[in-house]
Design a protein around this ligand. Structure first.
Ligand code: HEC
Length: 255
């Protein structure tokens, strides 16, 4: 094996654990049907992020004005609702929390989330936010299915309600004769012991919007790239027609 090839293999080997980690082990992940064209969802996600997450997490590679432009949010609306009082429109979305303090409070400093949807994948972040459950042995009284012994409190708990892990009936199929779901008792399932201020559908929508926003955040160019893709295709189609006509013109006198 040449040295060059060895280096390539070493590089591939180094990437494998990262991929396995990003996939979240063997826990089933909920699918996040990311839709970067749903501007209203991205706007709601941005608002929710500022309200519920930015107390602890920064988006330090993003600027408010770029987000406002990408998500069609007018400057005034953005300044009134999404930009912290001491910040300017063109500033980075950093926060004031001290890393050493937060490490002391939570056991781990809340990481910057600009790229989290790319590092962990949207499905993982979506499942993570839906899978906090009560665990009285933990400092914040909660644990998480995809992030064991997580240091983050369940900040959306009041909206979702009290989610617990235990034995509960799970729909395993559908009886076409009676028109009813077939239920089976399973261990270690998550279920709501008490409703929060949102119902299940509303809560999932909120988390969907949040992850949609974080997915845009991890790759803001994706929005531009998609519209650029269509322009390139259009250009190629026009070129094809012109080349075809030119080809016909060249051969006319020869035949
Ligand atoms: C009270 C502070 C706090 C708030 C508010 C908060 N988090 Fe966290 N978050 C943390 C801490 C601390 C960690 C690190 C947990 C650990 O490493 O054990 C974390 C970790 C995470 C992670 C995992 C990152 C990784 O790749 O390891 C994600 C994703 C996340 N938070 C998303 C959110 C979202 C979305 C919101 C808003 C709905 C939010 N957080 C609100 C404190 C917070």
């Amino acid at each position: 094996m040449t040295l060059g090839m060895k280096k390539i293999f070493a590089l591939i080997a180094a990437c494998v654990p990262a991929v396995a980690l990003a996939a979240g082990g063997n826990v089933h992940l909920e699918e996040h049907r990311t839709d970067l064209h749903d501007t209203a969802s991205l706007q709601r996600g941005a608002q929710a992020f500022v309200n519920y997450c930015m107390g602890c997490h920064s988006l330090e590679h993003a600027r408010y004005n770029r987000v406002a432009k990408d998500l069609d949010i007018p400057e005034e609306l953005m300044m009134d609702n999404l930009v912290f009082a001491d910040k300017k429109f063109g500033e980075l979305m950093t926060i004031g929390m001290d890393k050493a303090d937060s490490k002391r409070w939570f056991g781990a400093a809340p990481p910057d989330l600009t790229l989290v949807a790319r590092v962990r994948r949207p499905d993982w972040v979506y499942t993570y936010l839906l899978s906090f459950y009560e665990d009285s042995t933990r400092p914040w009284g909660v644990n998480n299915v995809v992030f064991k012994d997580v240091g983050m409190p369940n900040v959306l708990g009041h909206l979702q309600g009290r989610q617990v892990k235990g034995t509960a009936p799970v729909a395993v199929g559908f009886d076409t004769l009676t028109g009813q779901e077939i239920l089976e008792e399973h261990d270690d399932v998550l279920y709501l012991a008490e409703e929060g201020t949102l119902n299940e559908e509303e809560f999932e929508k909120l988390v969907f919007d949040l992850v949609n926003f974080l997915t845009y955040m991890a790759e803001p160019m994706a929005l531009e790239r998609q519209s650029l893709g269509w322009k390139v295709l259009l250009y190629l189609t026009i070129l094809l027609v012109l080349v075809y006509l030119l080809n016909k013109e060249f051969w006319r006198d020869i035949k």
